[in-house]
Structures are given as structure tokens and as C-alpha cells.
Write a protein that binds this ligand. Structure first.
Ligand SMILES: Cc1ncc(COP(=O)(O)O)c(C=O)c1O
Length: 432
């Protein structure tokens, strides 16, 4: 397993900033989500500085679908970045941690009327309109707040740029469910009708081509396509376009097959290039934003499991069962995601055996890692899986009535509990 810079081998065990994994396991039990707060803060600050422009305001919007807890929201508020939300629940959770609703961008296809009413009541700053039908609903709801109220909106457009990633996390193909396609013959009609809506302050466009993108060119290509599109809209319809949101999707390291680029290094180059093309397009842009989720949190997160039974099969497969699985990390079952792991108490021992790390849920597909080389595993070992900061906690379930794990935040000085483990009572709490 590739170690993160906060993980070190001390004696013959692996530690997290010198904190013992065994102590964390004994104090908080396993499975346990472990989040390195310091590396997260460093990354957020790097992105925020990297996106700065001398030409226009810029804002990093944390795509909180990747990982949102009250403590993460407190950090977002403190670090002075915005929040991308996709449901009323995410608005609520962000505000519960102190994020100003005015700094939120509300995304999602098929936002319900109730969610839109809630967003307007809370003062959500920007709504990213998914489609022309939704624009009409937002206009109507905004009008019912006050006849002269104007809700700031962007329109999500799909530039038809392919991102080379898993089909479930590509969002900008021509048959994507997200946004309006820029090649749709009706697109100008949709935009014109939004421009005429009395209760919308329609300031610009958004695009997001997918997630886990390793190719800087795809991101740039989509950004240029968005600027070119905005230029055409300005010329054809006379729309004053003051804001562009280029989405998220920067790739991260899970295994050696992944080749992410350094986003902090990349952003200043990106901003320079965007500044030039916006100027060439003659657009009166006042603000740009990006929406990274995974790349801000993933490397800061890991999951600690206790190894239970070991089982060899007739075909020769060696299973090591862990006390969690698809309920805390659905990604391998959902889209064949791959991870690296290590036995923290045998970190200096040689790997001798190929294991399949399987969870305890009643699904054959409940596997965390297939074919990992490890030292001889024994019941009671602690298995750490890295790169679980994004889309693990947020996609966790109570399948089989398995309680969702606790989460701790770690700094040099402390290990702090930020999410309690579900109790059995929590599991039936909403049931009458
Ligand atoms: C609209 C939008 N913005 C941002 C993101 C965040 O993507 P990522 O976590 O890959 O950065 C997503 C995720 O799919 C998204 O749909």
C-alpha cells in the first residue's frame, strides 16, 4: 500500500501521525473511518490560493456529496470556501456545521418543489438549473417569495466532452441525465425563456464532465467548450454572462493504475489559460468557480477493519473477512473500484499470500479488495484501507442492519471523534 505522508512505520507497526491504530480501534471500535484533518486543510488552502485570479473573483466550492459531516461543514465554513449541495438534506447538514447558505450552489436533476422552497427559505445563494422545466418551477417558487425577488441561477450545460472514466461517473455524454446539451437545437430557446423569467437572476453557465479524470486536457477542453458556448450565447441572444462554473472531477490515487495530476500545481496554469480565453471571447465575467469533491477529501480518509475469520476455498481463493464491507464502502460493488490496503500490525512483514478482502454483508459482491498480497493474515489483525475519504461515508448504508461506523479526525495533537457509530436504537429510530 502506498503510504500517505501522515502515515509512518514506527518499530514494526504503522501509525497515523504517531497515533496508534490499535488504540484507535480499541477506543472507537472497528470498522472506523479515519480522516486526516491536516492534509485536508492543506489541500483546501492550496486549491483556494491556486484558483485566485487577478481578473475576476474565484471560488472553490467543495462538492460535499463526497463527504459531509457537521465537522467537515465546520471546516468548510472556517476555510472560507463555498459548498456544492445536491439536496435539501445537504443544505441542512452544511448549515448545521455553520456554512452560510449564501455560499451554497444547489445542484441536482429533479430537485423537488419542497427542496426548492426550502433552499429559497434558507437563502441558498445560487441554484444550478438542470433543465428548462426546472427553470420554470424555480421562477414560480421565487415569485411566490416576493414579486420582485430574483433567485440567482446558473444553467448546467452538457458540452458533450468525453471524460475517460467509468461510465457511471461520466456526466457529459450526449445521453447524460444531467444538464441541457449545448448541441440541442432548442438550447437557445431554453436560454431565451430563462432570460425572460422575472424572478430569476440568470448569470451564467455550469458544466461538469465527470469524476476521476486524470487527463488535464479533458478538463481544459470542457472549460474551453463552456467559454465558446457562452460567447455564442452572448452573440446570439445578447445575454450578459458574468459567471462560469467549471465543475469538479479531478482524479485521485487509489492504486498504481491511477495517475492523478497535482491539482494545486495545475490550478494557476488553468486560471491563466481561462483568463486569456475569457478575454478573447469578450465575456464580462466577474466570477469563476470549480467544484472538487473527491480530490479534496479522498487521500485524507482511510478505513480501519478488524480481520475476522479466514477461509480458503476449493478453487484456491483465500478470503480474509473484515468486520465491515459494502455497508461502509459500496464502491467496489457499485463500480468495480479498487483499493490498496495493509495489515498495520504486520507492516514490516513480507507479503506471502494473495487474499480477497470480503465484507460481512449477505452479498457475494461484498468485497473490498480482490487479489491483494499481504503477510499471512490472522484473526484479530488490523487491516487499513487507504483512499476512502470520498464517497464511502456518504454512500454508507445499514444493509443487514449493520451499524454505520464512527469517524475520527486526526491531527498531530489529537484523535477526535466526529461521528458516533450507529447504535441499534438508531437502526430502528424512524420505525413506528
Ligand atoms: C455537478 C458536480 N460537481 C462536482 C462533482 C464532484 O466531483 P468530484 O468528487 O469527482 O470532484 C460532481 C460529482 O459527480 C458533480 O456531479
Amino acid at each position: 500500500m502506498r503510504l500517505e505522508n501522515y502515515q509512518m512505520i514506527q518499530g514494526d507497526v504503522l501509525t497515523h501521525r504517531g497515533h496508534s491504530y490499535e488504540e484507535m480501534a480499541q477506543t472507537y471500535q472497528t470498522p472506523l473511518y479515519i480522516f486526516d484533518e491536516t492534509s485536508f486543510i492543506d489541500r483546501v488552502e492550496g486549491y483556494r490560493e491556486g484558483l485566485k485570479s487577478t481578473k475576476f473573483e474565484s471560488e472553490v466550492l467543495y462538492a460535499s456529496k463526497a463527504l459531509l459531516t457537521k465537522e467537515i461543514a465546520r471546516l468548510i465554513a472556517k476555510l472560507d470556501i463555498g459548498q456544492d449541495v445536491v439536496s435539501a438534506g445537504e443544505i441542512y447538514a452544511g448549515m448545521a456545521g455553520g456554512v452560510d447558505a449564501g455560499r451554497m450552489y444547489f445542484h441536482g436533476n429533479n430537485k423537488t418543489n419542497d427542496e426548492l422552497v426550502y433552499a429559497l427559505q434558507q437563502g441558498v445563494g445560487t441554484i444550478v438549473v438542470d433543465n428548462h422545466q426546472e427553470a420554470g418551477r424555480i421562477n414560480e417558487i421565487a415569485g411566490s417569495v416576493a414579486s420582485d425577488f430574483k433567485q440567482k441561477v446558473l444553467l448546467r450545460v452538457n458540452p458533450g466532452v468525453e471524460a475517460h472514466t467509468h461510465e457511471y461517473i461520466v456526466t457529459a455524454t450526449n445521453d447524460s441525465k444531467f444538464g441541457e446539451n449545448i448541441h440541442d437545437p432548442e438550447i437557445n430557446n431554453y436560454i431565451e425563456s430563462m432570460m425572460a423569467m422575472e424572478n430569476l437572476n440568470f448569470v451564467g453557465f455550469h458544466s461538469h464532465i465527470g469524476s476521476q479524470i486524470f487527463d488535464q486536457e479533458s478538463f481544459l477542453k470542457a472549460s474551453h467548450a463552456l467559454i465558446d458556448f457562452a460567447k455564442t450565447v452572448k452573440e446570439d441572444l445578447g445575454m450578459k454572462i458574468t459567471e462560469l462554473n467549471f465543475g469538479g472531477g479531478f482524479g485521485v490515487y487509489y492504486t498504481e493504475a491511477d495517475t492523478p495530476f497535482d491539482v494545486v500545481e495545475y490550478l494557476p496554469k488553468f486560471v491563466k489559460e481561462i483568463e486569456v480565453s475569457i478575454e478573447e471571447a469578450g465575456l464580462p465575467i466577474e466570477k469563476i468557480s470549480i467544484e472538487p469533491g473527491r480530490s479534496l477529501v479522498n487521500a485524507s480518509g482511510s478505513t480501519l477493519y478488524r480481520v475476522g475469520d479466514l477461509k480458503g476455498t476449493l478453487s484456491g481463493k483465500e478470503y480474509a473477512f473484515v468486520d465491515g464491507g459494502m455497508t461502509d464502502n459500496i464502491r467496489p460493488a457499485l463500480y468495480q473500484a479498487e483499493y490498496e490496503g495493509a495489515i498495520v500490525n504486520k507492516i514490516t512483514e513480507e507479503s506471502t499470500t494473495t487474499y480477497t478482502i470480503a465484507g460481512k454483508a449477505c452479498e457475494s459482491g461484498d468485497k473490498i479488495i480482490e487479489g491483494i498480497e499481504l503477510p499471512q493474515a490472522e484473526t484479530g489483525d488490523l487491516l487499513l484501507v487507504n483512499g476512502t475519504g470520498a464517497y464511502n461515508f456518504s454512500m454508507a448504508s445499514n444493509y443487514n442492519y449493520i451499524p454505520r461506523p464512527a469517524m475520527v479526525h486526526v491531527t498531530d495533537d489529537a484523535v477526535k471523534l466526529t461521528v458516533k457509530r450507529d447504535t441499534f436504537e438508531d437502526l430502528v429510530n424512524n420505525q413506528l
